[in-house]
Design a binder for this molecule. Structure first.
Ligand code: NAP
Length: 315
């Protein structure tokens, strides 16, 4: 089965990280930005070719309900990436007081708009909006972040569908860095539908031996110390420290947390305490600059696939 990383199939040179060797002169940083730049360069060409062939520029509709500041920052990054690859990004801002019915009507009008190839709805939603209602209302053919039950079901069955981009990025960063997953003991912290669970399914697909941990797991360190590869997606800064890791482990830190920087400002950190982890692991993704940039690039590769499928279906 192929995944939906279309337009993103080049592999960055494999490296000598085995995932089992202790760090000697500091860990290798698994940077997502160069991989993302490579994917974007290819996408820029592919979107230009799409425009040439079909006479239109695909639009990504980004639905933001209410004024959630962290979401707004994330959305600006997506819209900037759209601009870089020649895609129209349309921010659909909806007031926090919107009713569930009115929000679904808005999404249905995006489903029906032939210029819109992909739709993402920024989470979290205001508490009065049932998540399921919104997820169900997105056309699965435009659900480029893989949240609709149809795409989630396809993923769990191992069939072709749109993958949740962050989960995909957490696995792609390993593959494109030449890190072997097959046969490894892989531990995932987090079981959300958008990150932890789909990441675990993708890692099983890559033949990892996968264990999933969550907030009710007893003795997290007991499990993490067994991991040859650890994916952390909990949204808890500093959750994983060096003494919870086995020497030579490879760590993918998906967490994005805003914390005080100690000088009156704020900074972004992951879920892993980088300072204590860096002397133990063989490779680790930085935050920022790891999984995040790759997520956006993969999302736009999904948009290309959606736009192409829709254009061919309309022909
Ligand atoms: P989420 O929906 O809040 O899920 C967090 C998961 O972590 C849950 O399964 C939770 O367990 C588990 N967890 C929380 N505290 C834990 C603890 N102390 N020990 C073990 N497990 C714990 O968050 P999410 O949407 O999956 O996002 C996870 C992180 O990824 C966040 O920091 C988010 O900002 C980041 N993120 C990054 C990107 C990117 O592009 N890099 C994109 C999206 C999200 P329960 O299920 O038991 O509650």
């Amino acid at each position: 089965m192929s995944d939906r990383s279309d337009g993103a199939t080049t592999t960055v040179a494999a490296v000598g990280v085995s995932g089992t060797e202790p760090a000697t002169s500091g860990p290798r940083l698994l940077a997502g930005s160069p991989i993302a730049a490579e994917i974007r360069a290819r996408l820029t060409e592919d979107f230009a070719a799409f425009k040439e062939r079909w006479g239109q520029t695909p639009t990504l509709a980004v639905v933001l309900v209410g004024a959630d500041a962290p979401s707004a920052v994330y959305l600006q990054q997506i819209l900037r990436t759209c601009q870089k690859v020649g895609v129209d990004g349309r921010l659909v801002e909806i007031g926090a007081e919107v009713t569930p019915e009115a929000l679904c009507t808005e999404i249905e009008s995006l489903n029906a708009d032939p210029s819109v190839a992909g739709i993402i709805v920024q989470m979290p939603l205001p508490s009065h909006i049932p998540l399921r209602t919104v997820i169900d209302s997105i056309d699965p053919a435009k659900d480029i972040d893989g949240i609709h039950p149809r795409n989630a079901g396809l993923l769990s069955l191992g069939y072709d569908g749109f993958l949740p981009a962050t989960a995909q990025a957490s696995v792609e960063i390993l593959k494109r860095s030449g890190i072997e997953i097959a046969g490894k003991r892989v531990v995932v912290i987090g079981r959300s539908n958008v990150v932890g669970k789909p990441a675990a399914l993708l890692l099983i697909r890559e033949h990892g031996t996968v264990t999933v941990l969550h907030s009710k797991t007893r003795d997290l360190g007991h499990h993490t110390r067994d991991a040859e590869i650890l994916i952390v997606a909990a949204g808890r800064p500093g959750l994983v420290t060096g003494e919870m890791l086995s020497p030579g482990a490879v760590v993918v830190d998906v967490g994005i947390n805003v914390v005080p920087d100690g000088a009156g400002g704020e900074k972004l950190v992951g879920d892993v305490d980088f300072e204590s982890a860096k002397g133990v692991v063989s490779a680790i993704t930085p935050v920022p600059g790891g999984v995040g940039p790759l997520t956006n690039a993969l999302l736009l590769s999904h948009l290309l696939r959606a736009a192409t499928d829709q254009a061919e279906a309309r022909r």
